[in-house]
Design a protein around this ligand. Structure first.
Ligand SMILES: Cc1cc2nc3c(=O)[nH]c(=O)nc-3n(C[C@H](O)[C@H](O)[C@H](O)COP(=O)(O)O)c2cc1C
Length: 211
């Protein structure tokens, strides 16, 4: 039995979002295919994702200096433990689905805050004399992203920093089997929006068969 973590970074209702609609189609098809698997849904807009701020640095600093967890302030404790929970939840999963909208050439800031909780030295990667090494091997991921314009071809592909960045980050922590389903061009070609969505839903259902 595998554990799939379904991570969404979109404040919109599902029926008003291209990415979330395609994501749900993927998840429904995946569940049908893998009824025994455990699926955990993590909506980044409905849960606490702490920023790495002064409290977090102070908390981490105290722990590094050998202080007991009890010696952290209430805010330091709360933020450090929530980050630990998110890191551990990520490590425990076997498969990941990230669902994001393109916002200003990448993805919403909650997604970046979440990435900051899963790139943790000593837990998801480590430094060696020969450079860093990802520790999360044998896992796979899918990124579903919706975009108003078209960025999968030149010249706009150079402006795409969401899918490429996510793949770079996942590779850094050891996850190299990463596919993408891109739903794009709905704002550029509004008359084709429904067709673009339907095509992506079919693609998602296909990908789900072998994910
Ligand atoms: C804050 C914001 C920034 C956006 N930036 C871009 C962008 O840089 N490029 C683009 O093609 N579309 C951009 N869009 C349009 C969205 O990518 C598009 O509406 C997409 O369908 C959003 O995904 P969703 O339908 O799942 O919410 C932006 C939308 C918002 C709300």
């Amino acid at each position: 039995m595998a554990k799939l973590l379904y991570i969404t970074a979109n404040p919109k209702p599902e029926d008003q979002s291209f990415s979330l609609s395609v994501g749900r189609a993927f998840l429904n098809a995946y569940k049908q295919q893998n009824p025994q698997d455990e699926i955990v849904e993590l909506d980044l807009y409905q849960t606490d994702i702490p920023y790495i701020d002064t409290d977090v640095f102070n908390g981490w600093g105290k722990l590094q200096q050998g202080h007991a967890f009890d010696q952290l302030s209430a805010d330091e404790k709360a933020k450090v433990s929530r980050i630990n929970q998110l890191t551990d939840q990520f490590i425990e999963a076997d498969k990941y689905v990230f669902v994001t909208p393109m916002w200003n050439f990448s993805f919403p800031p909650k997604m970046k805050a979440y990435i900051d909780t899963i790139c943790i030295a000593g837990k998801t990667f480590k430094y060696t004399e020969n450079g860093s090494v990802g520790l999360l091997t044998g896992k796979k991921a899918l990124h579903i992203q919706a975009r108003g314009g078209i960025y999968s071809e030149a010249p706009m592909n150079e402006m795409e920093f969401g899918d490429r960045y996510l793949k770079a980050v996942l590779g850094f922590i050891g996850i190299t089997d990463v596919q993408s389903i891109i739903v794009e061009g709905m704002a550029q070609f509004p008359n084709e929006a429904e067709g673009i969505k339907e095509k992506a839903i079919k693609q998602a259902q296909e990908v789900a068969k072998n994910f």
